[in-house]
Write a protein that binds this ligand. Structure first.
Ligand code: PEP
Ligand code: MN
Length: 362
């Protein structure tokens, strides 16, 4: 089901923007000098529109740097005054939200740990109610699209229309090369459920390491996301939080130069015609795939009846193991991705067993 919430496009609160929304700045503000010097360098790059700086830092365990607190809001005001950049920070309770609004911050965002708690989101929603705040909602740490959507709805129900979702990845359930698991399918699902909601990507918290930032940023554009939030620091090696994933403003510029920005439409009739031709081909191939699957189902049903009449089980592990091995090898010969072929045949086989069990139980 698609839900139509009244949500503004980014251009509504940032009319000067023509390109993707780029937000950058330190994970944590550490001193007035660090805040301001980083901002001055970022402001030279006209692609950056919003300056981020963490003031209250949610740390997984106590004892790490927990942010400079309210004094950081003054530094953000200074950044805005000196550079003209819009400024934003993370708010995690009613008091943060009140202080951030009072300080005139342009953007507030709800962090991943907070989105996971509807009580916290509601507390923040109650404070922003009746204002024209821009509120960004990061995905919850667990890949639950309903919880993410719930957070967005709570803010929207408080009358806020300037909302942006931020994809920052999900807590991985096993060792991965990234700090957080991107799980792009959850973002696609959010896009499907709320098609008019702007979504940006936070490659810094997905990557955890500088070396992966470019590939994740490009993937975000390939997926049609509306912008990026990338952490930057004057000297990442001495950063008090997230040192391994921050970029110097110069390296941020280099990264942005490498990215190819994609648009939903190309405004080019030749391209559109060619795309239509290719899409028609895909449509025809997909219908062939479905017809082939239907023929397979007919055979599966025959086998089911045959097994039933001879008292043989629906699931036969040795046959299944051989089938899988054979299909994966066939797939490899055809240059198909191995994981894809495995998942596809697991699904096909699962459904065959389901159909055969139904025949036996009749
Ligand atoms: C952050 O943006 O610095 C932050 C703490 O992010 P997240 O809520 O995504 O962990
Ligand atoms: Mn961070």
């Amino acid at each position: 089901m698609t839900i139509k919430l009244e949500i503004n496009p980014i251009k509504e609160w940032l009319p000067q923007i023509d390109n993707p929304l780029l937000i950058s700045g330190p994970c944590s503000l550490e001193s007035e000098e660090q805040a301001l010097e980083t901002a001055k360098l970022l402001a030279k790059d006209k692609r950056v529109f919003v300056y981020r700086g963490g003031v209250w830092k949610p740390r997984t365990r106590p004892g790490s740097f927990e942010g400079v607190g309210s004094v950081g809001l003054k530094w953000l005001q200074l950044v805005k005054k000196e550079t003209g950049l819009l400024v934003g920070t993370e708010v995690a309770n009613a008091q943060h939200t009140e202080e951030a609004l009072k300080a005139g911050l342009d953007v507030l965002w709800i962090g991943a740990r907070s989105t996971a708690s509807p009580f916290v989101v509601q507390e923040i929603a109650d404070v922003v109610k009746g204002t024209d705040a821009v509120v960004m909602v990061k995905n919850p740490v667990n890949p639950d699209v309903q919880l993410w959507m719930g957070g967005i709805e709570r803010i929207n129900q408080a009358g806020i229309k300037n909302i942006v979702a931020i994809h920052r990845g999900f807590t991985p359930f096993s060792e991965t090369k990234y700090r957080n698991f991107p799980n792009w399918k959850t973002v696609i699902e959010l896009r499907r459920l709320l098609p008019n909601l702007p979504i940006i990507c936070d490659p810094s918290h997905i990557a955890g390491k500088r070396e992966y930032l470019t590939e994740i940023s490009q993937k975000a554009f390939d997926m049609g996301m509306d912008g990026l939030m990338l952490e930057s620091h004057l000297d990442p090696s001495v950063a008090l939080s997230d040192a391994a994933q921050q970029l110097t403003p110069t390296d941020l510029g280099k990264l942005l130069n490498k990215l190819i920005i994609r648009h939903e439409n190309a405004n080019n009739p030749d391209f559109e015609n060619q795309l239509d031709v290719l899409r028609n081909r895909i449509d025809a191939i997909d219908s062939e795939i479905l017809e082939t699957l239907a023929s397979r189902v007919a055979v599966v049903n025959q086998i089911g009846e045959y097994k039933r009449d001879n008292n043989v089980t629906a699931l036969q592990i040795s046959r299944w193991t051989k089938l899988m091995e054979n299909r994966v090898n066939l797939g490899k010969d055809l240059n198909l991705n191995e994981t894809f072929v495995k998942i596809l045949f697991q699904l096909i086989h699962e459904d065959s067993v389901r159909m055969q069990t139904e025949i036996m139980d009749k």
